[in-house]
Design a protein. Structure first.
Length: 569
């Protein structure tokens, strides 16, 4: 510990802390812009300046360590003037079209400028914008980039993809895409403090569909959406129950409000049957089998390890299975042509926009299974446009038959959930009984970059591994390739923490909420009456009336795909 004086207060603080950390731990707010704890502590923006007695130059508090006897002022006139000047200079190169900006109200630059009382229009502005393909699911607005380099660090250090870097020098320096390896995980978007990176906005297409009287518009929210959709309103997670989400979606005008949980159960039925077939095949299939519900992971594998794509389960993701069933089975129930149905998916994900556009994922020629994908953030924007007051909504049930899911389905939204749900179901398929204690049935050994375990059911031993985040995924794939580890079934989600921390989820400056959101999904699972996917009565009905059984010819047609054929450009 060291003794310091902070704004006249004598304090004892950890000797390894920065001035910023010491201030925060003692309730003193210092504005920051480029800082990301543990990832980006490069002192680029100079917004966090403070004055240290005896030092002529102001110092950046985010990367200056405390020292014994330091006397620091965080709000002297010199500090306030310098911070304001620095923000004004940043704004002089920033397109301040706040009213139409996707980050309006959730922008760190806007917040800091307001805190410092900065006039945004002091200097004449000239912007340069390199060409950007606006059909790509990740959108880049260079006129907003403040060159904080957070995207570079997240993509390098967490995701290990090295897509962004500084290009040019001097006044011409900019942040640009230097490699064509983007997986569309969206982690650079959720860590950008402004709207220089965002997901493609598809909300207008949804409004148009909703106002078309000829169309039947159905919606499916993903498991992870229900844990994050109300965060901006400040409503506690527990009060923003899934049934309130159903009410909100109905309020927007969707004709049928279904649930991706339904098709997560369906994915489990197919994937666990596939796993058992692999285990019993005596070397016919490559080992291990990889989960296939995360398009960020699929893009990663196709770009970085194309020789391993054959390890993927052929089961489509819950989103794509849902849409395939909606335009076949459900179209028959409604007695309408599939073309009359518009399938909208609300996802925590940017890469799902790509998945929906992959031609090979569609079941029948000429029919696009998933018409549009919007992120959780886009849904929140639509609710704002429609003036929906979430706190006043009464809970409403999801529609039947595609709106019911088990506890096994809801944990798809958090890392390890797909694996757990698949193994629960495989246990039933091998023994005819449910696992005795679904919560403690799998005991994980946590390693540095992934977790692993072995489960033996009815004499069959399965070696399992789970990881999330592409940096960890790369280490795991390398270990599998060089033979230092051996597994039968591996779950990978591209975003750290899984879809709860997805690139399409609400953004909170300086907070990583993937684990808190995931814990809520695990609570929902624990509270579910049905915990194992085969128990879903509507899934049983679907097999009885339409698909016959898992891996049947019809199931293969509607629910499986060959990722080797997917184009990733
Ligand atoms: S979306 Fe993911 S892989 Fe692509 S640039 Fe951003 S962080 Fe990197
Ligand atoms: S794109 Fe965003 S995160 Fe990247 S340097 Fe620009 S402002 Fe920072
Ligand atoms: S982890 Fe989830 S949110 Fe992230 S890319 Fe994969 S599917 Fe999308
Ligand atoms: S936040 Fe400290 S220099 Fe940017």
């Amino acid at each position: 510990m060291v003794n310091i004086t902070l704004d006249g207060k004598k304090l004892q603080v950890r000797d390894d802390s920065t001035i910023l950390q010491a201030a925060r731990e003692n309730g003193i707010i210092i504005p920051t812009l480029c800082y990301l704890e543990g990832l980006n502590e490069i002192g680029a923006c100079r917004v966090c300046l403070v004055e240290v007695k005896g030092q002529h130059r102001l110092v950046s508090s985010c990367n200056t360590k405390v020292r014994e006897g330091m006397e620091i002022s965080t709000r002297s006139e010199k500090v306030r003037m310098a911070r304001r000047l620095n923000v004004e200079l940043i704004l002089s190169q920033h397109n301040c079209n706040c009213p139409s900006c996707p980050r309006n109200g959730n922008c760190q630059l806007q917040k800091v400028a307001a805190q410092l009382g900065v006039n945004v229009e002091l200097y004449p502005k000239k912007f340069r914008q390199e060409f950007w393909d606006n059909t790509f699911p990740l959108n880049r607005d260079e006129t907003k980039c403040i060159k904080c380099m957070r995207c570079i660090q997240v993509c390098d250090q967490v995701q290990n993809m090295h897509v962004w870097d500084l290009v040019n020098t001097g006044k011409r320096t900019r942040v640009g895409m230097v490699q064509n390896t983007c997986t569309l995980c969206g982690q650079c978007i959720t860590h950008c403090p402004v709207a220089a990176l965002s997901a493609r906005d598809d909300t207008e297409k949804i409004w148009n569909a909703l106002s078309d009287p000829e169309k039947i518009v159905i919606v499916q929210p993903a498991p992870a959406v229900r844990t994050a959709w109300a965060e901006e309103t400040g409503l506690p997670r527990e009060q923003a129950a899934p049934e309130k989400l159903a009410a909100a979606l109905r309020h927007l005008g969707f004709d049928y409000v279904f649930d991706t949980n339904f098709s997560a159960d369906l994915t489990i039925m197919e994937e666990s049957a596939e796993l058992i077939e692999h285990l019993k095949s005596n070397g016919k299939y490559p080992v291990p089998m990889f989960t296939s519900c995360c398009p960020g992971w699929i893009r990663f594998l196709k770009k970085e390890y194309p020789e391993m794509v054959g390890h993927m389960s052929t089961s489509k993701s819950p989103m794509s299975m849902f849409s395939a069933i909606a335009k076949s089975y459900y179209a028959k129930i409604l007695n309408v042509a599939p073309e009359k149905i518009v399938c909208v998916a609300v996802m925590p994900c940017v890469a799902k926009k790509y998945e929906a556009d992959v031609p090979e994922v569609n079941s029948d020629p000429g029919i696009k299974d998933t018409d549009y994908v919007i992120t959780t953030r886009e849904l929140v924007r639509m609710l704002k446009v429609a003036n929906v007051d979430i706190s006043k909504l009464n809970p409403e049930p999801f529609d039947k038959p595609l709106g019911e899911g088990t506890g096994g389905a809801v944990i798809f939204g958090t890392t390890g959930g797909v694996m757990e749900a698949a193994v629960r179901n495989a246990y039933y398929m091998l023994t005819g009984k449910n696992p005795p204690d679904p919560d403690n049935f799998i005991q994980w050994k946590w390693l540095d970059r992934w977790r692993e375990t072995e489960v033996t059911v009815a004499g069959v031993t399965v070696r399992l591994a789970v990881t999330s985040g592409l940096g960890c995924a790369r280490d795991l794939v390398e270990a599998i390739k060089n033979g230092s580890v051996h597994y039968d079934f591996v779950e990978v989600m591209a975003c750290p923490g899984g879809c709860s921390g997805g690139g399409g989820q609400p953004i909170h400056e300086g907070e990583e909420l993937a684990w808190a959101r995931g814990n809520y999904l695990r609570d929902l699972d624990k509270r579910s009456k049905l915990r194992v996917s085969y128990e879903n009565p509507y899934i049983q009905e679907l097999y009885k009336n339409f698909l016959d059984k898992p891996l049947s010819e019809k199931a293969e047609h509607y629910l499986h795909t060959n990722q080797t054929d997917w184009s990733i450009d």
